[in-house]
Ligand binder design. Structure first.
Ligand SMILES: [Zn+2]
Length: 211
């Protein structure tokens, strides 16, 4: 069974997730930690639970979701798996962050490109990659059919949807990703978004004013 630990990191309040199972193998999704206090909180959790982190995943390449990747790669030697279409966002993250008033270091580039429908394995668990462009071209969701949850980044939020005014953002494409990919998951699927509270597919189908 997958255990999900959520951290809220950096001034943009990104949800960072550590997923682990009974084998103590783990993956980290959207490691957004920004300073040494946040970094320590993440490493303390990994150490206290004796986790062996196998890979780093990102839902997309916006700077607030990738801030801790370089440090994790240096400390743990793990690879970054990301969709190729968002690599250029990471390459440009220093100037993107500056637009929002943040000074950041250059980001870690992917070692492995995620493809749509790829299956990611760790321990006894697996996650399905679902390509959900629209917020960015390389946005992906990580879906656990057994766990009944999906980590969807900035595509869908409780009561809202991702912004589409940034590079490669496209409202029609985003809505298509939501209707044709996320809303085809079972209603009870718990949705963990890139910011804010969790929700479910059924709740959003009924109450989300943007869909
Ligand atoms: Zn984003």
């Amino acid at each position: 069974m997958i255990t999900i630990k959520q951290f809220i990191f950096n001034p943009i309040q990104v949800n960072s997730y550590v997923l682990s199972d009974e084998t103590k193998k783990a993956v980290i999704i959207d490691a957004g930690f920004f300073n040494s206090i946040e970094e320590k909180a993440l490493f303390d959790y990994i150490e206290q639970n004796q986790l062996e982190v196998e890979k780093l995943l990102i839902t997309h390449g916006h700077f607030d979701h990738v801030l801790g990747n370089k440090r994790l790669h240096e400390k743990l030697g793990i690879e970054l798996w990301a969709h190729k279409a968002d690599e250029k966002l990471i390459q440009k993250m220093v100037s993107y962050a500056a637009l929002f008033g943040y000074k950041v270091e250059p980001g870690l580039l992917p070692h492995h490109y995620l493809s749509a429908d790829e299956e990611i394995r760790f321990g006894n668990s697996h996650l399905q990659v679902i390509h959900v462009p629209g917020h960015s071209a390389g946005s992906v969701a990580f879906y656990s059919p057994e766990g009944g949850f999906a980590i969807v980044g900035d595509v869908l939020f409780k009561g809202s949807i991702g912004r589409t005014d940034l590079e490669d953002g496209d409202l029609d494409v985003l809505l298509s990703s939501i209707y044709n990919k996320l809303y085809t998951l079972p209603d009870e699927t718990v949705i963990f978004s890139g910011h804010g509270s969790s929700t479910s597919i059924g709740i959003e189908k009924k109450t989300n004013p943007f869909t």
